[in-house]
Design a protein around this ligand. Structure first.
Ligand code: ADP
Ligand code: MG
Length: 357
């Protein structure tokens, strides 16, 4: 059953030189209890999408188009007060990229968890809320007495666990985990991911797992959405994304991260960097880095094509799957000198953005 249904979402940031199209026409729907990964390099728009869902965007951001339907409620239309009372923490919670910033330094971690619980549950006493915080700490492997510590007394790993405790305290139906382990060392990363998965399964919450690391999503998610340049360029079940991807960017990402089943894999990185998203104009946003880009790719934004079973790809050349997959596995395919705009194609003027104000 569908829990979250995002349609044609556009979230832009106002910048000095125009609109940064960080989420640019994204549609995504998630079932109850499902885990969907958002994977893509830094700057692809993953955090912006998550913050749009829970409406925690910065002041210069604006949802300019599209809808976010959460369990029958149109999130884009809620007031701040309604969001705080009906949605945030109780229904949708977020584990932010850097947990330390998620806590207020002047209150103990326990006080903050108690406050969130009591804000949403009128009948819960301070004592009961505190007991719940203690038992969550216990489940997450933190000594319960440390609820009385201030955030700065926690290590990075502990702050991350405490944030998970806060995110799960009210059994939300959807957890947005934004790079929950990126700041931590590898050993702790695995343990925290296991903990998140266990708790999520216990609560039967849906989850959006955000990461730049292909290995993390492949181990934790039912489906994977590959994000590039503010768009979902490919989406499918995890198995398909790992074994049979059709988008050159997905193929590139797969080359760049170690495959747990292949010890001899040679890692190949994608040359170049993600695009500036200020008025990007027409054409595939991956074209400047894509070894397979042709004239059409520079000129026309690809529409999502369906390849069955919920597999959708935004690439003009996705039909040439066998060729792409074979070539993408070779290191020489990804050398910088082979990339770039073909000589004869003309640069298109960026399309005018019409926004009120
Ligand atoms: P990711 O989480 O994938 O790294 P983000 O959603 O943080 O991506 O960023 C997407 C794009 O939006 C980037 O180009 C980034 O520079 C831009 N961006 C993010 N936050 C802001 C902001 N507050 N103001 C202007 N641009 C922003
Ligand atoms: Mg981010």
């Amino acid at each position: 059953m569908t829990l979250l249904d995002i349609n044609g979402l556009k979230t832009y940031y106002r910048a000095d030189n125009g609109w940064v199209r960080a989420t640019d026409d994204v549609s995504l729907s998630i079932d109850r209890g499902e885990t969907v990964g958002l994977v893509g390099e830094s700057g692809s728009g993953k955090t912006t999408l998550a913050k749009s869902i829970i409406r925690l965007l910065s002041d210069n951001a604006e949802i300019v188009d599209g809808s976010i339907n959460f369990d029958g409620t149109e999130v884009t239309e809620l007031s701040d007060k309604e969001l705080r009372k009906q949605i945030r923490w109780s229904e949708i919670s977020m584990i932010p990229q850097n947990a330390m910033n998620g806590f207020d330094p002047v209150y103990t971690v326990g006080q903050q968890i108690v406050q969130v619980i009591r804000h949403h549950e009128d009948g819960t006493s301070k004592k009961e809320a505190r007991e719940r915080a203690r038992s969550l700490f216990d489940e997450l492997g933190i000594e319960p007495d440390r609820v009385d510590d201030y955030p700065h007394q926690f290590s990075g790993g502990m702050a991350q666990r405490a944030m998970i405790a806060l995110a799960l305290a009210l059994s939300p139906s959807l957890v947005l985990a934004d790079e929950p382990t990126t700041a931590l060392d590898v050993v702790i990363q695995d343990r925290i991911l296991d903990t998140i998965k266990e708790m999520q399964e216990e609560l039967n919450s849906a989850m959006i797992m955000i990461t730049h690391d292909m290995s993390v999503v492949s181990e934790t998610c039912d489906r994977i959405a590959v994000v590039y340049g503010g768009r979902i360029v490919e989406i499918a079940d995890t198995e398909t994304i790992i074994t049979n991807p059709r988008h050159p960017y997905t193929l590139g990402l797969r080359n760049a991260f170690p495959d747990i089943n292949d010890d001899d894999q040679e890692l190949i990185s994608i040359p170049g960097t993600p695009p500036e998203l200020v008025d990007p104009g027409e054409g595939c946003r991956f074209a400047p880095r894509c070894p397979f880009a042709e004239q059409e790719c520079w000129e026309e934004t690809p529409e999502a094509e369906s390849y069955g079973d919920g597999h959708a790809v935004e690439c003009h050349r996705a039909d040439e799957i066998d060729h792409l997959q074979e070539e993408a596995g070779k290191k020489e395919t990804w050398t910088e000198q082979d990339l770039g705009r073909p000589e004869d194609s003309q640069s298109d003027q960026p399309e005018e953005v019409m926004l009120d104000d």
